[in-house]
Design a protein around this ligand. Structure first.
Ligand code: HEC
Length: 150
């Protein structure tokens, strides 16, 4: 398949999946609600299932190594682009500066390449805001303490 064909097939698939998703969440909070509202209903257990999409590249347990992406244990306490000592981060991500926060993770996970131009994280992003909140709660549950955006 050509690249364009792959793209249009995956767009069609994404549209199909979006059509199947509940419009306003069955948790009473819309996927498009502000982050603080989404985090109030965020569920680390559901985030564990969302993390399957990340697990091709990331591990999240303490002491597990890097794969195609850096280990994410404790990333919510880390400086951006510095959670793993050994991983070869891009200069683009390392130049961002500052610490990861809930809000930064929410933007990053919406569309990594748009937030950090030149990043090597080849992931289109999580379109559903409740999926993002859930996976953020899961990251906090793995070495991160209490989310700073509740
Ligand atoms: C195809 C592989 C891949 C997938 C899938 C992927 N990532 Fe990544 N991720 C990376 C790479 C590579 C980097 C390092 C990017 C850089 O250096 O520019 C990264 C970096 C990160 C970072 C920053 C780490 C730090 O030390 O600052 C976070 C947080 C992150 N990913 C979370 C996620 C989450 C959550 C998901 C799933 C929703 C996900 N990633 C899916 C490859 C991936």
């Amino acid at each position: 398949m050509t690249r364009a064909a792959v793209r249009s097939t995956s767009l069609a698939l994404a549209a199909l999946l979006a059509a199947c998703a509940p419009a306003a969440g069955d948790r009473g909070v819309s996927p498009d609600a502000p982050l603080t509202d989404r985090m109030k209903v965020a569920d680390a257990g559901a985030g564990r299932a969302v993390f399957r999409q990340c697990a091709a590249c990331h591990t999240v347990n303490q002491g597990t190594g890097d794969h195609d992406g850096p280990n994410l244990y404790g990333v919510t306490r880390a400086r951006v682009g510095h959670n793993s000592q050994r991983f070869g981060y891009t200069a683009a991500l390392q130049a961002v500066g500052g610490m990861w926060t809930c809000a930064r993770l929410d933007r990053w996970l919406t569309n990594p390449a748009a937030v950090v131009r030149g990043t090597s994280m080849r992931f289109p992003g999580l379109r559903d805001g409740l999926d993002r909140a859930d996976v953020i709660a899961y990251l906090y549950a793995n070495g991160g303490g209490t989310p700073d955006c509740r």
